[in-house]
Design a protein around this ligand. Structure first.
Ligand code: SF4
Ligand code: SF4
Length: 84
């Protein structure tokens, strides 16, 4: 009974960690200025911009949908996204 509880708790913590990669791209949040260009050009709804006041950044919302097209990396003015 205790083992599933530990597993649930680990999964819950992991779910709250921001994701910075898919199987094809990696985002470096240090360079992200939350302009939203990458989310705008992504046709697969992988990326979004989240945040509050001065704490905005891009977020990988649906990594499983990424097709590796590279449009987000090409669109980012700060080089915050690279293909893996
Ligand atoms: S590589 Fe293509 S599909 Fe994947 S997040 Fe970037 S724009 Fe979207
Ligand atoms: S395009 Fe670059 S700077 Fe703009 S939100 Fe996306 S990762 Fe951040």
């Amino acid at each position: 009974m205790s083992a599933p509880q530990v597993e649930t708790s680990r999964r819950s913590r992991a779910d709250h960690q921001p994701r910075w990669s898919t199987g094809y791209i990696e985002v470096d949040p240090k360079f992200c200025e939350a302009c939203g260009e990458c989310a705008e050009v992504c046709r697969s709804d992988v990326l979004g911009v989240v945040g509050f006041l001065f704490h905005k950044h891009v977020r990988v919302r649906h990594p499983e949908k990424c097709r590796g097209c590279g449009r987000c990396a090409a669109a980012c003015p700060n080089g915050a996204i690279v293909l893996r």
